[in-house]
Each structure stands twice: as structure tokens, then as C-alpha cells.
Design a protein around this ligand. Structure first.
Ligand code: NAD
Length: 436
């Protein structure tokens, strides 16, 4: 194996690692020669791929991996930029067909966390965990999950804290508890071991603040408006409640799960809520003639097929990575004069909720609640206004403006610890962590 290509099957790669007795490895960016260097010469072809990539790679400080002894699960920690602090972001448990797909997803998601954390004014850098599900094993098998998450914790312990994990797609709070058995570098742990609990309600208030700011930009308020919500899950349900509290005229909502639809319908039986069960892949709820559409289900729903049919003047929802193709779709939305509140701006409350777990808890915690206030400069409301203003002045799409603002903020050094995680990465390389 000497070349990465889309045909490079992930299982072949795992086999290749085993044949070469490689169970831990890394790719680290060398600031002086501006090249990504690998821990093993056998993996040079991956360094070459990363070095030549212009799309997802952006001087990621380090990427660290292990292959579990049992179950052959490839586990990674992608560290993008840590000037503001340790890399923080959830660990995704997903199925990948090729190693290119796997590396691209990790790099892209880690970069996204740099943007989300920096724009929220958090003193955290950006990173993401990604582990590859072994499809030969039942995903819900308790022994499998306990083993792989405990092993993942060991990887993080080896990495000395340059990456701190959390929950993400495919992982649960119980998985975090398993990670916590072998490392302290995790957040979003269950409340019975001192974690901060489910962040979905605060996330719904972040989305609400984004909507209010977008309306304020047009000198309007939520009162009397109509809103279409895609998905009726953990974020959407409290969001619907908050919208009625703010005096909206009507909410239309859809979910693919009939039980969820019935339960939410029952909860808001006395409100003007119209619900429907959608087929998987049916995005028609986004095309309703309403003031705001809120994607709160899955990613990539804003694309070439859906954007031309959207009639609402504002898009603001919780789902991660709503734009299927960032540059293309961002522009297409702006050209339709639709105000798009970038997802990573308004859905930050998950990471905000988890960010300061180690500092303990207070009621109505100012470090959490200020993100939802209208007058804090780094809060969702003011940041949305600032992004919309700059987008109007420069003619740039909102997501591009938000990324620029986030990138500038991500270059600021942590006021106490400076670029400490880069030092951690340097010592990991020097000490050959992968041989331990
Ligand atoms: P959830 O799983 O509780 O709810 C999502 C709902 O969407 C489910 O009920 C599912 O049945 C439904 N759904 C899936 N595909 C659909 C489709 N095509 N049409 C209609 N409904 C569909 O998830 P959640 O915690 O409410 O999160 C919603 C989104 O927000 C996700 O993309 C998540 O990654 C993102 N997000 C959540 C948080 C949080 O705090 N929970 C934080 C940041 C981002």
C-alpha cells in the first residue's frame, strides 16, 4: 500500500496496519518545514495525501490514531488549532468505506469545532474524535461499546490532554461514562459522575436567540410569525415551546418517527402546531411558505435541490453542517436574499454546556447563560447581528463571514496557557508516544 485513493477500502487499511504491527500512529504538522510528518515511514502515503489536500486540511496541528486489539476499531483524535486552548469537540462513531473519507471527515469536523468554539469566545481550541464502526459487530452490543470507548479513553490519556472529547453523532452519555473509566480528558459525562447533563434545552435557546437576532436585523420580532421545524427531537421540542412563548402565530413541524410526532403533538395540543410524519429524505417541510425554517434533524439539507424551493426569508436551526457544499450553497442562499444564521454559530450551547465541567456548577451559571443574553458581545444574539451586518456591508454570504470572524478569533492565544497544547504535541512526538 503506497497511495491513498478513494478505492482504499478502510478494512484493507486496517489489515495493512496489522501486518505492519502498527497499533498507534500519528500525523503532525511541522511548523518549520510546513509539512505533515508521519510517525511511521510505512504511512508516508497518508502524509503525502494530507500535504497535497487543499480542501479539508488546514495546518491541523496533529492527528493521532490507534487500532484496538479487539474488534479492529480504528480510533482517531483530530486536533486542528489549539491557540485558544485544548482541542475540544465530540467523538463520532460512524461507518466509513475508505480511508480518504475517514481522514476528510475528521479534518473537516475538527476545523468546524475550531470555528464553533472560537466564535463562541470559548477558551478552547478545535478538535474532533472519529472512530470507525466495525460493521461485522452489532453496534448496540454492550461489550463492544464498553470495550471500544474504554480503549478510546486510553488513547486520550496517552495524548496528555491536547484533545478533550465529548458526545457526538453515534455516541451516548453512557459511552462517555466508559471513556471516563480510562481518562479524565472527556466532558459530557453523566450527571451521576459530575457531568453537566443533556444540553439540548440550552441548544434550543441558542437557536431561538439566532432567530430573534435575524428578525431584529429586519426590525421584526417573533410575535405573529410562522415557523417550519424539521425534526421534532431533543432540540426541536423545547424550541417549539419557546417559540409559542414568544407569541408565534403557528409552527409546522415534521419528523420521520411517528412516535416522536405523536408525543410532541400531545404536548402542544392547545397550541397552533401542525405536524406531519415525513418519509426519510423528504425535505418538503423546508419549502413551506413561512417566515423562518429551522433544520433541526440531519446535516446537508441545504443543497442544490432544496435551496431553490425555500420560500422563507430566514434559515436558522440546530442541525450540524446544514450546507451540503459549503461554498456553493452558502452563495446560493445569499443570492436568494435569504438570511442564513450559520449552524455553528447558533447551535453552540452543547459545547458551551460541557466546556467548563471541571470548574463545577452554579445555578444560572453566568458562563453559560451569557451566551443567551442579548447584550453580551460573544453571545449568539450579538454575534449573529455582527455577522449579518458584515455580510450586508461586504456582500459576502453569512457563513463565510462567520468563518472569517471565527478564524481571526482562533488565532488569539489563551490568556494564561498560551499555545500549551502545541507544546504537548511536540513532546508526544519527541517521546514517541506511539511506542508506549
Ligand atoms: P434528535 O436525534 O433528538 O432529533 C432529531 C430528530 O430528527 C429525530 O426525532 C429524527 O427522527 C428526526 N429526523 C431525522 N431525519 C429527519 C428528516 N429527514 N425529516 C424529519 N425529521 C427527521 O437530535 P437533537 O439532539 O434534537 O439534535 C438535532 C440536530 O441538532 C442534530 O443535527 C444534532 O447534531 C444538532 N445539534 C444538537 C445539539 C444538542 O444539544 N442536542 C447541539 C448541537 C447540534
Amino acid at each position: 500500500m503506497n497511495k491513498i485513493s478513494e478505492k482504499t477500502d478502510i478494512q484493507n487499511f486496517i489489515q495493512f496496519l496489522k501486518e505492519n504491527n502498527i497499533y498507534q500512529f500519528h500525523f503532525v504538522y511541522n511548523q518549520s518545514n510546513k509539512k505533515v510528518e508521519s510517525s511511521h515511514k510505512e504511512l508516508q502515503f497518508i502524509s503525502d495525501f494530507i500535504n497535497s489536500d487543499k480542501r479539508d486540511f488546514e495546518e491541523h496541528e496533529g492527528m493521532f490514531f490507534q487500532l484496538t486489539d479487539k474488534f479492529d476499531v480504528l480510533q482517531g483524535a483530530f486536533v486542528h488549532r489549539t491557540k485558544r486552548g485544548q482541542a475540544a469537540g465530540g467523538v463520532r462513531f460512524w461507518q466509513y468505506d475508505t480511508i480518504e473519507e475517514y481522514f476528510r471527515d475528521g479534518m473537516r469536523l475538527a476545523k468546524g469545532m475550531t470555528h464553533k468554539n472560537a466564535l463562541a469566545g470559548l477558551w478552547w481550541g478545535g478538535g474532533k474524535g472519529v472512530m470507525v464502526h466495525n460493521t461485522e459487530i452489532d453496534k448496540q452490543n454492550i461489550d463492544y461499546r464498553e470495550y471500544i470507548y474504554t480503549e478510546y479513553g486510553k488513547l486520550l490519556t496517552h495524548l496528555n490532554g491536547c484533545y478533550v472529547t465529548a458526545e457526538d453523532v453515534g455516541t451516548s452519555v453512557e459511552d462517555m461514562a466508559n471513556i471516563y473509566k480510562s481518562t479524565r480528558f472527556t466532558t459530557c459525562i453523566p450527571d451521576y459522575v459530575g457531568g453537566s447533563g443533556n444540553p439540548s434545552e440550552p441548544t434550543s435557546r441558542g437557536v431561538l436567540a439566532g432567530m430573534e437576532a435575524a428578525l431584529a436585523f429586519k426590525d421584526e420580532t417573533l410575535a405573529g410569525k410562522t415557523i417550519a421545524v424539521q425534526g421534532m427531537g431533543h432540540v426541536a421540542e423545547p424550541l417549539i415551546g419557546h417559540l409559542f412563548d414568544k407569541g408565534v402565530e403557528k409552527v409546522l413541524a415534521a419528523d420521520i418517527n411517528p412516535d416522536v410526532v405523536n408525543s410532541v403533538k400531545k404536548k402542544f395540543a392547545d397550541k397552533n402546531l401542525e405536524v406531519r410524519v415525513a418519509e426519510k429524505g423528504d425535505n418538503s417541510i423546508l419549502f413551506e411558505e413561512v417566515d423562518i425554517v429551522a433544520p433541526c434533524a440531519t446535516g446537508a439539507v441545504l443543497n442544490e435541490n432544496t435551496i431553490p424551493k425555500i420560500q422563507a426569508g430566514i434559515i436558522c436551526g440546530a442541525a450540524n453542517n446544514q450546507l451540503e457544499d459549503h461554498d456553493r450553497d452558502d452563495k446560493a442562499i445569499a443570492e436568494k436574499d435569504i438570511i442564513y444564521v450559520p449552524d455553528f454559530l447558533n447551535n453552540r450551547m452543547g459545547i458551551v454546556n460541557c466546556a467548563n465541567e471541571q470548574y463545577g456548577y452554579v445555578n444560572d451559571d453566568d458562563f453559560i447563560e451569557r451566551h443567551l443574553l442579548k447584550d453580551w458581545k460573544n453571545g449568539v444574539y450579538q454575534t449573529t447581528l455582527s455577522v449579518l451586518k458584515e455580510a450586508k456591508e461586504t456582500g459576502q454570504p453569512t457563513s463565510r463571514v462567520a468563518i472569517k470572524q471565527a478564524t481571526d478569533m482562533s488565532m488569539e492565544l489563551h490568556p494564561i496557557f498560551g499555545h500549551r497544547s502545541q507544546k504537548i504535541i511536540n513532546s508526544l512526538v519527541k517521546d514517541k508516544w506511539f511506542e508506549k
